[in-house]
Ligand binder design. Structure first.
Ligand code: MOS
Length: 704
């Protein structure tokens, strides 16, 4: 038996629910259809800042199909929670254009939509401030940035070191607002049960977080709320915490006494479900004559809303990447009349490493060093700011393996020298990094009398393959074939676990699953060979295990290589080839892990060339709010993308030895592409996305 299952961890196992998904049998939140269901449609504020004077629902309510109109004028009082976005209909203040200010509930989706269009919002519009500009007067230093990091870090004297440096790069990079666009927009079906408890079929990245938050808002014991989300069509961070739409569904069901379904439209996803903040980033790098960094400074400006402070951890990777005695990172934020930014795949690392890794490439040019040699020269022995060892760090191995596979040694160092007909050709490289996080989790493992093994945990599979990976880990720990194991997840009633976020799902949930399975094996051994009368069960909780972790710096690393072709007449950039080499600890499923990296790199390509939410100053809102105008990379944009993992053993992480892979793949991609565009053209664009007009604006006439 042992031989039969050996190797199941790491194997390219197909997604367990794959057939259910491709045959349409997997039920997503909006696909449930209870009797007597009603539909809710949100009414969004027409101005970016102001006060609601009155809400006229009469025209909507004149339609007999419309059951209710909910607004500040009739909403129940909610308990305050830390996320002001969720305080629906609690006061008359409008904080941003697109804020939910009312909703129509009707017998059909169409009637709800029509009813919502007939609700008249009389608002006293006030001047708004929606644009993050350099030196914006509202910029301030927050107390903490996302994931609990301090906003600033200062070591040594950056200014003095820069003044003494042989080479200085002082550049400002700019990244735009970007909106999360998972395939399945947010959706909720809310059902109040006759006993006063609440069931939500909801699309989210964590059923427990959703349950606890909704229960708190409604003043309910969490035990009386159940959130079910067995299948979720992606999130990229936008579903990490419940959005106002889930609250609205619950309120609408409460007010009407009927089950209520609410589907957020693609356009509404650009209004109230979060987005990546725009950033302005000033990078200053100083180096000595040998290309050794003497100073690293990254100063970031970004935006938040007036509803809730969210500050992305943009400069935190600069605290980890390179050695230098003098260092400074700062985050400043302005609270504008905009929706609250939130997390989007690698919040912090994705825009922060774009700027840092582009600036490193600029330093390579300025010092005349190869970009890989420059990185190798500045590889730190210890975590450069914390002074503690890395649990493992294989950045250089990734760069070297990638260089060999990509053919980096054939690269002509000088930019702007290769052409293929009209096309200018170039290649670029950048590093990736993402922290290793782990959160406490509980899991239960059960052996049934019929021999089946059931593992239960309130984990989330948002399309990543989490269910498959947990099944592999359980089968391995129990020493059985994967077909004998069923993993239950996506239900807040299961043993407590945190969300699919911060690339920590596998490490957090997998560790609890392994511990529960180990405990069950011990119980099975104690029980012996006698037939089972009832389930044998074992439970695990990893809280204490995590508390005992050593003080080490834990990060995954990678190297990304890109080849680009730039059309000097149109400014078009094509990316015929990308390669990512990653060191992320033990890989549990070769197939789903590769998909994560290829997906992340595709999203990085999208970030480099296309994604941009454009603020309309006059209306005070993002102008492009559908996939016709907000472009994401699609199949035709993606040519040859390959992602490989190095073997990396790290015993200092968790029982399964894995680092996170959900976000690592997007980090560094945009820099690798931008660096390749520089190599192709000889000119540097310091603003994403690398639009045609931006390329044409800087390309010298001689090239064109
Ligand atoms: Mo990820 S942006 O932490 O869901």
């Amino acid at each position: 038996m042992k031989t039969a299952v050996r190797g199941i961890v790491g194997a390219p196992v197909d997604r367990i629910e794959g057939r259910e998904k491709v045959t349409g049998q997997a039920r997503y939140a909006f696909e449930h259809l209870p009797d007597d269901v009603a539909y809710a449609w949100a009414v969004l504020s027409p101005v970016a800042r102001g006060e609601i004077r009155a809400i006229d629902a009469s025209a909507a309510l004149a339609d007999p199909e419309v059951v209710a109109v909910i607004s500040v004028e009739n909403s129940p009082t909610l308990v305050r929670v830390d996320d002001g976005e969720l305080a629906l209909f609690q006061d008359r203040t409008i904080h941003y254009r697109g804020q939910i200010v009312a909703a129509a509930v009707a017998n059909s989706l169409e009637a709800a939509r029509e009813g919502a269009a007939r609700v008249r919002i009389d608002a006293d519009a006030q001047p708004h401030d929606v644009e993050l500009t350099p030196g914006h007067p509202k910029l301030y230093a927050p107390e903490v940035v996302n994931a609990g990091f301090p906003p600033d870090s200062v070591i040594g004297d950056v200014d003095a070191a820069l003044a003494r440096s042989e080479t200085v790069v002082d550049v400002t990079y700019r990244t735009p607002a970007e909106h999360n666009n998972p395939m399945e927009p947010h959706a909720t079906l809310a059902i109040w049960e006759p006993d006063g408890s609440l069931t939500l079929h909801d699309s989210n990245q964590g059923a427990v977080v959703a349950r606890d938050t909704i229960a708190q808002l409604l003043g309910l014991d969490p035990a009386r709320v159940r959130v079910l989300s067995p299948h979720v069509g992606g999130g990229f961070g936008s579903k990490a915490r419940p959005r106002p739409s889930a609250v609205l569904a619950a309120l609408a069901a409460q007010i009407t006494g009927r089950p209520v379904k609410l589907a957020v439209t693609r356009q509404q996803m650009f209004a109230f479900t979060g987005y990546r903040t725009p950033t302005l980033q000033r990078l200053r790098l100083g180096a000595d004559a040998d290309g050794r960094l003497t100073a690293i400074s990254q100063e970031v400006s970004e935006q938040t809303s007036t509803v809730r402070e969210f500050v992305e951890q943009t400069a935190t990777p600069a605290r980890v990447m390179y050695a230098a005695h003098n260092r400074r990172t700062t985050h400043r934020v302005a609270a504008l009349d905009v929706p609250t930014p939130s997390i989007m795949r690698a919040p912090g690392e994705a825009p922060g490493m774009y700027a840092l890794e582009s600036a490193i490439d600029e330093l390579a040019s300025a010092t005349g060093l190869d970009p890989i040699a420059l990185r190798a020269r500045n590889e730190p022995q210890l975590d450069p700011e914390r002074g503690v060892p890395f649990s493992s760090r294989n950045l250089l191995a990734c760069l070297r393996e990638g260089a060999a596979r990509f053919g980096w040694d054939r690269r002509e160092p000088a930019p702007g020298t290769r052409r293929d007909g009209r096309w200018l050709l170039g290649t670029g490289v950048a590093a990736s990094t993402y922290p290793v996080y782990r959160y406490p989790a509980q899991a239960t493992a059960r052996l049934r009398p019929d021999g089946g093994l059931v593992v239960s945990i309130a984990a989330a599979d948002i399309g990543t393959g989490a269910r498959t990976v947990l099944t592999q880990l359980a089968a391995d720990a129990l020493d059985v074939q994967i077909g004998r194991v069923t993993v239950e997840l996506g239900d807040s009633a299961l043993p407590r676990a945190f969300m699919a976020g911060a690339s920590m799902g596998t490490a957090s949930w997998g560790s609890a699953v392994v511990r529960a399975c180990e405990a069950l094996r011990a119980r099975i051994a104690e029980h012996g060979d006698a037939p089972l009368e009832a389930d044998l069960e074992a439970h695990a909780d990893t809280t204490e295990e995590i508390a005992r972790l050593e003080n080490l710096s834990r990060h995954a690393f990678g190297a990304q290589f890109a080849e680009v072709r730039v059309d000097p007449d149109t400014g078009e950039i094509r990316v015929p080839r990308m390669l990512g080499v990653f060191a992320a600890g033990r890989i549990i499923n070769a197939k789903t892990a590769r998909s994560q990296m290829v997906g992340g790199m595709t999203m990085g390509l999208s970030m480099a060339l296309m994604e941009e939410s454009v603020m309309d100053r006059e209306f005070g809102d993002y102008l492009n709010h559908d996939l016709a105008q907000y472009h994401v990379a699609a199949n035709a944009d993606v040519r040859d993308i390959e992602a490989i993992f190095l073997d990396e053993e790290d015993p200092h992480l968790n029982p399964i030895g894995s680092k996170g892979i959900g976000e690592l793949g997007i980090v560094g991609t945009a820099a690798a592409i931008g660096n390749a565009v520089y190599h192709a053209t000889g000119v540097r664009i310091r603003e994403l996305p690398l639009r045609l007009d931006r390329v044409l604006a800087v390309l010298p006439r001689a090239v064109r």
